[in-house]
Design a protein around this ligand. Structure first.
Ligand code: ZN
Ligand code: ZN
Length: 385
């Protein structure tokens, strides 16, 4: 509590009410001591119902001059100060204000440029000032950066040139990449074409091989069939021979003509010492001609066995010695298959050609043209007609 001293310098009032000790004592008897400003309603409720208006105003004046720290009235006999910020009264001891400062403030009370703030407001104002300072710093920093940015932007007089240069670079890069891409595509395409061509050749080659193989197979099959056919033809002629130059049979009916042919053949075999030969069938080949000087048709004779056939062929050469009945004009040979006939035709033509060139004594033996050495070796007579 501040010491009460009637001789102390006048306290700083700044036009406020002064609370006298007598008024304060009266107020305390009404029970408002230590209630503080914040309980104004309670203060009012404790005022006497019948007090006059002046008494009420005094009480409110007292209430507004209670020290914020100790809740006692700041009496006019005490050293007290009113805060220029929160308008609260405080004993100088309660707010730890020195007597020198108090005295200075009292001396310059009329000076409007001198202010006093309580400790609480000083702290608040201090924080406020610090915050304001920081805000100002931040604002300055922002303005500086903004200016710097604007300057740097404004200084870009060559911005269009820069953009143009960048665009040119980009275009060059795009062109370069496009060329590289085209080169790669062309390379791939060439490789692909080469591969396709290679495959095409391979396929063609394979097709040719296949065709050749197929042809070979076909040829082989054909040959096999021909051989089989030839075998069949040979079998059909196994026991048969062909006789040329046998006079056409006489007689008006087929029966008499057959009889005539049988007699002719029997006579021929008798003359060539072939009486043991058994003739199974006699067939005139081809259509009978009505021409009087027509050559007689060949006769196909089928005998009983291959041995008999060989016998006939062997003895046939003797026919030319038999003048009787025109037997010397008869010529007997094997019953050739169509294939053999073709082969013989070629051989005969060759033989004729060689004879024309002056070669002599040529004969055909076993499907070959040879020069006759000795008469007894001759197996097949020379055919020149
Ligand atoms: Zn106080
Ligand atoms: Zn204050």
């Amino acid at each position: 509590m501040p010491a009460s001293n009637v001789n102390s310098p006048p306290r700083r009032v700044r036009g406020q009410h002064a609370v006298t000790e007598s008024k304060w004592e009266m107020a305390k008897t009404k029970g408002i001591k230590k209630t503080g400003k914040k309980e104004e309603t309670e203060v009012k409720s404790k005022l006497p119902d019948k007090c006059d208006i002046d008494a009420s105003q005094d009480l409110f004046a007292i209430e507004s001059e209670i020290c914020m720290r100790c809740n006692d009235a700041v009496l006019d006999s005490q050293k007290g100060l009113k805060c220029d910020c929160c308008n609260s009264w405080l004993h100088i001891d309660c707010d730890r204000v020195s007597d020198d400062v108090y005295q200075f403030l009292c001396d310059h009370e009329a000076e409007k440029s001198i202010h006093w703030y309580c400790k609480h407001c000083t702290n608040v104002l201090g924080h406020l000032l610090t915050a304001t300072g920081r805000i100002e710093e931040a604002q300055k920093s922002f303005e500086s950066k903004f200016d710097s940015f604007m300057n740097s932007f404004n200084n870009k007089d060559d911005l269009p040139n820069l953009m143009e240069a960048t665009q040119t670079k980009l275009e060059a890069k795009v062109e370069e990449l496009t060329e590289q891409l085209q080169a790669r595509v062309e390379l791939s395409q060439n490789k692909l074409e080469e591969r396709v061509e290679e495959l095409s050749h391979h396929i063609q080659s394979h097709a040719t091989e296949t065709r050749l193989m197929r042809d070979n197979v076909e040829d082989a099959v054909k040959m096999k069939l021909q051989e089989e056919k030839e075998e069949e033809e040979l079998n059909k002629r196994k026991y048969s021979i062909i006789a040329h130059g046998l006079a056409e049979p006489s007689g008006d009916t087929a029966e008499t003509r057959i009889k005539s042919d049988c007699d002719t053949v029997e006579h021929m075999f008798h003359k060539t010492e072939l009486d043991t030969i058994s003739v199974e069938q006699i067939t005139r080949l081809g259509k009978r001609s009505d021409e009087p000087d027509a050559k007689p048709r060949p006769v196909k004779l089928t005998v009983a066995s291959e041995t008999q056939k060989d016998q006939v062929l062997k003895q046939a050469k003797n026919l030319r010695k038999i003048k009787e009945g025109g037997m010397d004009k008869v010529f007997i040979h094997q019953d050739l298959t169509p294939r053999q006939r073709q082969r013989r035709k070629i051989l005969v033509q060759e033989l004729k050609d060689r004879q024309q060139r002056g070669e002599q004594n040529l004969i055909i033996v076993n499907w070959k043209i040879v020069t006759r050495q000795m008469r007894r070796q001759v197996e097949t007579p020379v055919i020149v007609s």
